[in-house]
Design a protein around this ligand. Structure first.
Ligand code: AMP
Length: 228
C-alpha cells in the first residue's frame, strides 16, 4: 500500500432547511445519482414509533407536537444506523443535525473515524410558503414517490403514477398546527447551524424556491466534485 496516500474518506453531506424545503426529495436524488445513502432521522424515528420500541414510544408524543426528540434518542438511533456496511459508500444526512449539540456530537463521531463533514447544503426557502407545501403532500406507500394536492397530484385520483399502488400515505405531523411548531423549532434550534457550518467553511447555500429540477442541478453541481 502507498503509505503517502490519504485514506479514502467517504463523503458526509448534510442537508439543512426547514420542514418542507425539499430535503427528502433532494436526498433521494443524491442517493440515486451519487450512490450515497440517505439517512433521515425522521424516517428512523417514524420506524421506531411504528415498531413500538422504547425510544419510539418516548419520541411519539414529541413528534406529534412538532417538537424535537431528545439528542440522546436521536444520536443512539443514528449511531446504530451508521454502523451498517452500506454507509461506507458515503451518507447524506436529512434532518440531522437539528441542534448545536447534535452537530458537535456528529463532529466528534466523525473525527474518531478520521472523517469530517464535506458540505452542509442549506436549502433556502420562503417560510410562509412552507405550510401549504407541507399540508398538501402525500407519498405512495408502495414505491415512495412523492405527490402534492396542488403542485403534483396523481394523474388518476388515489393511484400512484409510478407503480399503480393505491396505498397513499400522509404523515401524522403534516397538519397545519404541528407544522407551525415544527417551523418554530427549526428557527429556534436548527437555524443557528447555518452559522456553525459557515464558520467551518463547509456551508453551501442553495435557493430552493424554484423548480425541483433546477434545485437538483444546483445541488449536483456542489456534490459532484466531492464524490469524484
Ligand atoms: P422530519 O421527517 O425530518 O421532518 O422529522 C419529523 C420529526 O421527527 C421532527 O418534527 C422531530 O420531532 C423528529 N426529528 C427528526 N429528526 C430529528 C433530530 N435530528 N432531532 C430531533 N428530533 C428529530
Amino acid at each position: 500500500m502507498d503509505g503517502t496516500r490519504t485514506p479514502h474518506v467517504a463523503p458526509v453531506l448534510i442537508l439543512l432547511g426547514p420542514p418542507g424545503a425539499g430535503k427528502g426529495t433532494q436526498a433521494r436524488m443524491l442517493e440515486e445519482k451519487f450512490g450515497l445513502v440517505q439517512l433521515s432521522t425522521g424516517d428512523l424515528l417514524r420506524a421506531a414509533v411504528a415498531r413500538g420500541t422504547p425510544a419510539g414510544k418516548e419520541a411519539k408524543a414529541v413528534m406529534e407536537a412538532g417538537g424535537l426528540v431528545s439528542d440522546e434518542i436521536v444520536l443512539t438511533i443514528l449511531n446504530d444506523r451508521l454502523k451498517a456496511p452500506d454507509c461506507a459508500r458515503g451518507v447524506v444526512l436529512d434532518g440531522f443535525p437539528r441542534t448545536t449539540g447534535q452537530a458537535e456530537a456528529l463532529d466528534d463521531l466523525l473525527a474518531k473515524a478520521g472523517q469530517r463533514i464535506n458540505a452542509a447544503i442549506s436549502l433556502e426557502v420562503d417560510d410562509a410558503k412552507m405550510v401549504i407545501r407541507i399540508t398538501g403532500r402525500f407519498t405512495c406507500g408502495g414505491c415512495g414517490e412523492g405527490y402534492h394536492d396542488t403542485f403534483k397530484p396523481t394523474k388518476t385520483d388515489g393511484i400512484c403514477d409510478a407503480c399503480g399502488s393505491q396505498d397513499m400515505k400522509r404523515r401524522a405531523d403534516d397538519n397545519a398546527s404541528t407544522v407551525m411548531s415544527r417551523l418554530d423549532a427549526y428557527h429556534e434550534q436548527t437555524e443557528p447551524l447555518i452559522r456553525y457550518y459557515d464558520s467551518k467553511g463547509a456551508l453551501e447555500r442553495i435557493n430552493a424556491m424554484g423548480e425541483i429540477d433546477t434545485i437538483r442541478r444546483e445541488i449536483a453541481r456542489v456534490v459532484a466534485p466531492i464524490t469524484a
